[in-house]
Design a protein around this ligand. Structure first.
Ligand code: SF4
Length: 345
């Protein structure tokens, strides 16, 4: 499999044969023989190379709720592809074995190469109508994603992006034209935490979220609530207000953290998570909680309150939804009162 020409690199005027990667706000200056901070975008003898193009570290069949996406084709299966590396270095990363490539010794990236054509063939053979690019950060493999996504659209397969949203405006605009649905991590609401602890840039993520919404991508947001890092009232309220400023109907997933990688704070207290969810509902119509026992994450009808979709863990009953026609297009509605449902097909 011949990788395509790498994109979003430029030569450095000041350092001969070094390359600047312009994909994400880190803008790594990469000398010959080295990789950028994500571990996957490389400079070989002054030329950009993508040795991990098509290198798939995880391939799984998931319920779409696991992404998590609750308002896009609820109860449907999705083919999930994972990759290697990440442009962030969150100390609590739950996928650090594959994401922290080149940054820690014991990463484990056993995988295999799959061409975009092979991915689409696999999806068709297994009767999937959607593919998720997920687990570690897919956007650092943007060349591969663009190739897969274009082929998927040609076959009527939807593209789902699960991402930290931390890439610059130009590549963001390009990838969003091929993205049908996305779950974006809003990991914190502090520029200092974003830069010093996670290695990202909050402003870039906020811009990506706004761009995805403007592009018509079905959008859901996830925040992993990490004690002492992002669980203050100021910060969580900041997240909720920002999302509501775009559209209060955007679902917000609050997820409980557990100790992993280099972070040893005790797990998120379920009571604290539920309190943040109550605060979130002051701003947003749909706030869900994840990774805590006994959670109720049903989606009610905005008109009559009937349950449209009920969820117990990954067991989903979408019997409260029916279909109706609007302008010749079939959309979901409430089976009881007929109100258009906040759920996309
Ligand atoms: S995508 Fe990777 S190589 Fe490019 S700027 Fe970001 S961390 Fe650096």
């Amino acid at each position: 499999m011949d990788p395509p020409l790498p994109r979003y690199f430029s030569s450095s005027a000041s350092t001969p044969r070094s390359l600047e990667c312009c994909l994400c706000p880190r803008r790594c200056l990469i000398p010959p023989g080295a990789s950028g901070r994500c571990g996957v975008r490389q400079n070989r003898g002054g030329f950009p190379t993508l040795p991990f193009y098509g290198y798939v570290t995880a391939l799984a069949e998931d319920p779409i709720e696991k992404k998590p996406l609750y308002h896009f084709r609820p109860g449907s299966p999705i083919l999930s592809l994972g990759f290697a590396g990440c442009n962030l270095h969150c100390p609590f990363c739950q996928n650090w074995h594959i994401s922290q490539l080149g940054k820690v010794a014991d990463t484990d990236i056993n995988g295999r190469h799959l061409s975009p054509e092979q991915v689409v063939t696999l999806a068709r053979e297994r009767l999937f109508s959607q593919i998720a690019y997920t687990y570690s950060e897919p956007l650092i493999h943007i060349e591969y994603l663009l190739d897969c996504m274009a082929l998927c659209h040609g076959e009527g397969i939807a593209n789902v992006l699960v991402s930290n949203g931390c890439i610059n405006a130009e590549p963001a605009a390009e990838i969003l034209t091929l993205t049908d649905a996305a779950n974006i991590d809003l990991k914190c609401f502090s520029e200092e935490t974003s830069e010093k602890i996670l290695g990202g840039k909050l402003g870039t993520v906020l811009s990506f979220i706004e761009a995805a919404y403007t592009a018509g991508v079905h959008l859901e947001i996830t925040t992993l609530i990490v004690p002492s890092l992002n669980d203050s009232d100021t910060e969580t309220r900041g997240c909720a207000e920002f999302i509501a400023g775009i559209n209060r109907e955007i679902p917000w997933h609050l997820s409980a953290y557990h100790p992993d990688y280099r972070y040893e704070a005790p797990p998120t207290n379920p009571t604290a998570l539920l309190k943040i969810a109550r605060m979130g509902r002051e701003y947003l119509s749909y706030v869900y909680t994840g990774n805590i026992p006994g959670e109720s994450n049903d989606t009610p009808c905005p008109n009559c309150g009937a349950t449209l979709v009920s969820r117990r863990g990954y067991r989903v009953d979408n019997g409260g939804l029916a279909l109706k026609q609007i302008n010749g297009k079939q959309v979901y509605c409430c089976a009881k009162c007929g109100e258009t449902a906040p759920v996309r097909r």
